[in-house]
Design a protein around this ligand. Sequence first.
Ligand code: BES
Ligand code: MN
Ligand code: ZN
Length: 503
Amino acid sequence: MTSLAVTARSVADLSADVVVLGAFSGGDAPTLAVDLPAAALDHLTTALSALGFTAAAESSVVLVAVPGLDARRVVVVGLGARPEKKKALDAAVLRRSVGAALRSIIDAERVAVALPVPSADHVAAVAEGAALGAYRFTAQRGTSDAPTVVDTITIVSERGRDSAVKAAVSRASAVAQAVGYARDLVNTAPNLLYPQTFADSVKQRAAGTKVKVAVLDEKALVKGGFGGIVGVGQGSVHPPRIVSLSYAPAGKKSKLPHLALVGKGMTFDSGGLDIKPANHMANMKSDMAGAAAVAGAVLAIAELGLPIRVTGWLGLAENMPSGSAQRASDVVTMHNGMTVEILNTDAEGRMVLADVMTLAGEESPTAIVDIATLTGAQVVALGLEVAAVMGNDDEFRTRVCSAGDDMGEDLWPMPLPAAYRKGLDTEVADIAHKGGPAGGMLTAGLFLQEFVPQVDGEAIPWAHVDIAGPSFNEQGPRGFTPKGGTGFGVATLVRLAELLSQS
Ligand code: BES
Ligand code: MN
Ligand code: ZN
């Protein structure tokens, strides 16, 4: 695992295997964005122009033996155009660009990063992007060599001794670790990661932290009347689990806001008897990315000691076809007593989330966020990089989106049109779990809305985050995002907890 540090020393004085330097594009040639010794600046200016490097954002070149610098290898990373006078430097560009630079680095243990960082927020963005770009998934290597993982990343900042800058770096470290954990969970093969082993991993990870983990096994789920998750899991040889992760800072717990996070954790979604075509099933090990994001976020929030109570709830199951599998036209009774008609066994996530949300409500939290790889319709609507946010409270939904903005994750608001609720009407149960083909992301949200718990007769503020697209990157790597599991949502949830703890 990569650790982060910050230094107030100048780049020239740093001994590292690799130094990453930022450059702005524009004019005839790129300009280095940080102060350098004259010899280094001369050499780099000539070299960059000889290479035809334009410093487009996220592009980079490697140079060796740069005079005036101790490091043997130098990576110059493009930051795009220098911001116009008085316009702030875009932290999101820094985060992505440095992420791309760290992704490109092989065989290095110590990396120093010198990018323009005018504020603690910029330091945070650079630290986060760098640590996320350094992520490698190595756990499943057998006889082939695993890539070297960077050991330490040192961020160069003139104000490296300021407490705000140091705090930004420790926060980045906690967030990056949690994102890395979520990515590892998503990347792990589904024969290895199933509900029980997922629960075991969380327990192991939480040991020695301020997070308490509790697990409901299949017997407890049947006994508790969790017909939604039990029904989804009944076709698999790996029975379902609900895992809770509770964190509260020491002291006056009752006065604090209490955020409940609910994650969809389908360790594999074959579709069930309504089996998916092969090309739609291939990446369905990632159907637990919501649960992974929740697990990572709670661990990071606890590590940061935020003044807020947080409970994470993971609904873990495997959706498989078999003689004991759920059928289309089954009617199940949910934990809250409602009956649901199953119309398509591939619309399983909402059944799990609905039961888990009811359970989360039993602690009367002040707000609930569920996060899930819920619908293919989300991918159609917003593509592979932007998540959708729905909810019962516009202000809270906006907050979730802006938490994402702060952390370089794109989330966009979507409506829950009351007019579409009738699509879930059925004559054979209280509600059907899906509507027609149109607006599938929204009707999934409307179904979940029926299960938002109430406190004193009022629905708890709730946001539903559909991450079907952004949770898994099957194209090429980009910015700080690798191929495979992205860890999307962890940073947003941590930031949301921070925002809620401040208000
Ligand atoms: N896990 C899928 C949604 C999904 C699709 C996630 C693509 C990531 C990428 C979900 O369980 C599902 O199968 N949804 C169905 C619902 C339909 C049957 C109503 C879908 O969206 O097609
Ligand atoms: Mn499905
Ligand atoms: Zn699914």
